[in-house]
Write a protein that binds this ligand. Structure first.
Ligand SMILES: Nc1ncnc2c1ncn2[C@@H]1O[C@H](COP(=O)(O)OP(=O)(O)OP(=O)(O)O)[C@@H](O)[C@H]1O
Ligand SMILES: [Mg+2]
Length: 433
């Protein structure tokens, strides 16, 4: 007769509230974007130990950016934390040379490092923890580690501090694309309560403001100078419904190899601006763009009784004046084509300083908390708000014009065309006699 034995072993610490919340969240892929000294490594190891101790035939990996980090930080912590497992006989052996722990029942826990990718070729993982992904290459995850978790559909924990907008930022965004499988968490050093407020205040004084925000507030920062530093996902994005009692307008920037960017926007009677949808297409003729806009069926209540509901076009499309220049070959312009389809178009001739005016309008609305972007449908715009930045200063000369990076500038231009037409800036003129 076979009997199974249950062991109850306590780890020598209690998880902190944020660690518990992340550990018990049911998503398969969890991304903890957390400040320095918040307990990321400890949590990664905690989930790993539990997986290896409870899953039959477990093979769990912890991957750090370098071998030194795996050995000097994680191995010591791991051995210390699992000492009772060893005493209880659940751990059979520690292999210090291989940074491997053998648990009873042919189960293994291994520490690995990103600087030795060949040691990472393997299959059949039951769990994977990746520590500080921002310090590793994207390819390591996509080409090496992802295949290793596929056989057993292993869960994955990513824990790290941001490093500008690199691929860790894309991981952090995954919950918007695949909300059933992915979940992101953001934790500040102050919120994690492992470091004293005094220490944090000292760091705030000593560090560059942006570096402090990145390291202690787990914020994604652009180091060339963000155009909209006040933009904040918590404040400026939301999940809201289209309001059928209001019309909507469109802000549009024409493109070809870069996408044509279209933003769908409602404004309420307090001048709150809700960007509720976006549409971006590369290499798409303008007629097709018009059709795609019409395919999105927004329904509006008409003011007659009984209240009839009908789909409808945007009231106005605000766009880039360049769209009015005629194509030599066809004899028409983008704007003419849209008008021929029945859309109503408005645009403002560009004047010196129009870009700065558009930016200051957007800033004003952000500052007042009156610009709200749909958190799931408008990912391109959200990313652009965070990434749009000024070029690095040359010889201490700072540019007033943001960098045309070929991606974010189009979405911001589309938003800018909306603002400058919807809320025109009236400049007082001084007339010389
Ligand atoms: N739940 C906990 N209870 C008590 N101490 C903890 C807990 N979690 C972490 N610690 C301790 O806090 C310190 C920081 O933890 P850890 O190394 O896991 O943080 P980290 O976020 O990975 O830090 P770093 O940014 O330096 O990599 C360590 O000394 C660790 O032992
Ligand atoms: Mg760590």
């Amino acid at each position: 007769m076979q009997t199974t034995t249950e062991y109850i072993v306590k780890l020598p610490y209690d998880l902190t509230p944020w660690q518990k919340q992340v550990k018990h969240d049911p998503h398969r892929f969890k991304v903890a974007c957390a400040g320095r000294r918040t307990g990321k490594t400890q949590l990664a190891l905690d989930i790993l130990i539990e997986n290896v101790a409870t899953v039959p035939q477990a093979l769990g990996w912890y991957v750090a950016p370098t071998y030194a980090m795996a050995k000097d930080i994680a191995w010591g912590l791991l051995k210390h934390n699992t000492a009772d497992f060893f005493r209880a006989g659940i751990i059979r052996r520690y292999y210090d040379g291989d940074l491997t722990i053998e648990f009873l029942g042919n189960r293994y826990l291994q520490l690995k490092s990103g600087d030795k990718p060949d040691s990472l070729r393997g299959r059949g993982l039951s769990f994977l923890a990746i520590d500080e992904p921002a310090n590793m290459e994207r390819e390591l995850w996509e080409e090496v580690l992802r295949p290793a978790i596929a056989d057993r559909q292993a869960p994955v924990f990513f824990g790290g501090t941001p490093k500008g907008f690199n691929w860790f930022y894309d991981l952090y965004q995954m919950e918007l694309k695949e909300p059933n499988d992915w979940k992101s968490f953001r934790v500040t050093t102050e919120g994690a309560e492992l470091v004293s407020c005094d220490e944090i205040e000292k760091a705030r004084r000593d560090m560059d403001e942006r570096a402090f925000r990145q390291e202690f507030e787990a914020s994604f920062e652009v180091f060339g100078g963000q155009v909209f530093p006040v933009f904040n996902r918590e404040k400026h994005t939301a999940f809201f419904e289209f309001n059928p009692n209001l019309g909507f307008n469109i802000g549009m920037d024409f493109g070809w190899s870069a996408p044509t960017a279209v933003l769908f926007i409602q404004v309420d009677n307090k001048e709150n601006v809700y960007v509720f949808d976006e549409l971006g297409r590369r290499e798409t003729p303008i007629q097709k763009m018009g059709e795609l806009i019409r395919e999105r069926k927004y329904e509006r209540k008409l003011g007659i009784w009984p209240k009839e509901i009908k789909t409808f076009d945007p009231d106005l499309i605000y766009c880039d004046p360049a769209g009015d220049s005629k194509n030599e070959a066809t004899g028409t312009s983008s704007i003419m084509e849209l008008r021929n389809m029945g859309f109503k178009i408005r645009y403002k001739k560009h004047y010196p300083g129009v870009i700065q005016d558009r930016i200051s309008l957007i800033r004003k609305w952000l500052q007042a908390g009156k610009l709200i972007i749909h958190g799931a449908r408008c990912q391109n715009l959200i990313q652009a708000m965070e990434m749009y930045h000024y070029p690095d200063p040359k010889n201490d000369i700072y540019s007033e014009l943001p960098l045309k990076d070929g991606v974010s500038d189009h979405w911001i231009d589309a938003l800018g065309e909306f603002f400058i037409n919807q809320f025109p800036i009236i400049k007082s003129e001084v007339r010389a006699l």
